[in-house]
Design a protein around this ligand. Structure first.
Ligand SMILES: NC(=O)c1ccc[n+]([C@@H]2O[C@H](COP(=O)([O-])OP(=O)(O)OC[C@H]3O[C@@H](n4cnc5c(N)ncnc54)[C@H](O)[C@@H]3O)[C@@H](O)[C@H]2O)c1
Length: 421
């Protein structure tokens, strides 16, 4: 394998490109966003898990090239596709970027090239959508190109499990494609797990993320149940987690976010509905998780009520808008829904998030406020929506007039006006 192409240099593609560079394999990164390309060329990373110094070092050595010009793909023996696969407003999958990426790859052919889809897609998409594009003009699978699906398992902000020590599932559309894709990933991953088909690998990814969505929903429902029962969900979770078998702890929170957990189960739902099957667990989980921001806002309203303040006109400071700790990614973040609901209720909302200096919400620009004693005093209520490491939540709990903690960051601090989920 001489040169690897990575199409789409985002949260998935950029760390993957770096992993190949670490093994001295040259990578050509194709990225349509020219601002991102300019940043990369200046040696600046926009993904929290990729260090700018390492990126710049690989670029200097000629191991990593980023470009918006697809000509570089012609020299790539393997091309890994990591573009977004969002949902439309109608909850149908939008594979437009996958289609565009594959058309670009097909325009820059190379005999015997391996193409791997890493973006999350519905079961069957690699065979039903990608294969026909690569086969155009009489090109033949197994001779002109090979094709596999291998789901990315990147966990932004997780330094314990990285690409190299997280097992990688690989399924080709034929046996030779699987074999070649396994050989490629064995260069960078300690354990590669071949499965019988691309469809199997696609479904494995959707099971993993549906499992998370359903279990998070269960524990979110538990949080609401515990409140009615007058018991502390966090204490109950800690107690249950002492069972050494048959229990896996999940944490309640303000909802689910990011480009995976809210979206992936919908990809499966969409496909199953075409087959006249309703996946009920997923639908229930979607409803429970989707209701959490409103539940949090209701609880903030209750907390303010204790201070004899209505939501309208109250100053609410949100701590953390990223969809989870340790990342700058705020796509689909439930904190945004909370912000929106608070604004609709007439609250004056601001936020602090060291990872997200600026954001746009409903056409309005917001910027992160410094977390000072004055900012805490000014706020009528501080709501912890993402518990990033490095924030002194004990100080927050002491300094603020009222704290609603949806992430249990202030665990163990007893104060009259601290409420947890
Ligand atoms: N973010 C995660 O934690 C994560 C984890 C596992 C799987 N995934 C899946 O991986 C895929 C990518 O997600 P992401 O978070 O990296 O998205 P992202 O938005 O961070 O990155 C995608 C990049 O692809 C670029 N792009 C789009 N179309 C292109 C094209 N035709 N040619 C070249 N570049 C193109 C975009 O400009 C963008 O920079 C999605 O399917 C997602 O569901 C994401």
């Amino acid at each position: 394998m001489k040169r690897i192409g990575v199409v789409g240099l985002g949260y998935v593609g950029l760390p993957l490109a770096m992993e190949f560079c670490r093994k001295n394999l040259p990578v050509f990164g194709l990225e349509v966003d020219e601002t991102r390309v300019r940043q990369l060329r200046r040696g600046r990373s926009y993904v929290s898990d990729v260090a700018s110094s390492e990126l710049a070092g690989f670029a200097r050595k000629g191991l990593f090239t980023a470009s918006a010009d697809d000509r570089g793909l012609s020299a790539c023996d393997a091309v890994l596709v990591c573009v977004q696969t969002p949902l439309r407003k109608t909850k149908e999958p939008d594979l437009g970027r996958i289609v565009a990426a594959m058309e670009t790859i097909a325009r820059r052919p190379r005999l015997g090239r391996l193409v791997v889809v890493e973006s999350t897609v519905f079961p069957g998409a690699t065979e039903e959508v990608v294969l026909p594009i690569l086969s155009r003009g009489g090109r033949k699978l197994g001779r002109d190109f090979f094709l596999a699906f291998s789901p990315e398992r990147v966990d932004p902000g997780n330094s314990r499990y990285t690409i190299s020590n997280t097992p990688k599932v690989v399924g080709g559309v034929d046996a030779e494609s699987t074999r070649r894709a396994v050989a490629l990933y064995e260069r960078i991953v300690a354990r590669v797990v071949p499965v019988s088909s691309a469809r199997t690998a696609e479904m494995a990814k959707l099971l993993e993320n549906s499992f998370r969505a359903v279990n998070i929903a269960l524990v979110n429902e538990m949080a609401q149940s515990c409140r009615r029962l007058g018991v502390d969900v966090w204490e109950i979770l800690a107690a249950a987690a002492t069972k050494p078998f048959g229990f896996m702890p999940f944490q309640p929170g303000p909802g689910i976010g990011g480009h995976c957990i809210p979206k992936d189960p919908q990809l499966l739902t969409w496909k199953l509905k075409l087959l006249n099957f309703e996946p009920r667990f997923i639908q229930l989980a979607t409803a429970i998780n989707g209701g959490m921001p409103a539940y949090v806002v209701e609880r903030i309203g209750g907390l303010l009520n204790r201070l004899r303040k209505p939501l309208r006109g109250s100053r609410v400071l949100l701590l953390g808008v990223a969809y989870k700790a340790g990342t700058s990614d705020y796509r689909e973040s439930p904190a945004l829904d909370i912000m929106q609901l608070l604004i609709e209720a007439g609250a004056q909302v601001s936020y602090h998030d060291a990872f997200v200096p600026r954001l746009r919400l409903a056409g309005k620009a917001f910027s992160s406020r410094p977390l000072t004693a004055a900012a805490l005093r000014r706020a009528d209520c501080v709501a912890i929506t993402t518990a990033h490491a490095g924030v002194d939540y004990a100080r927050v709990a002491r300094a603020a007039r009222a704290v609603f903690d949806a992430r249990n960051a202030t665990a163990g601090i007893s104060r009259r006006n601290v409420e947890t989920l």
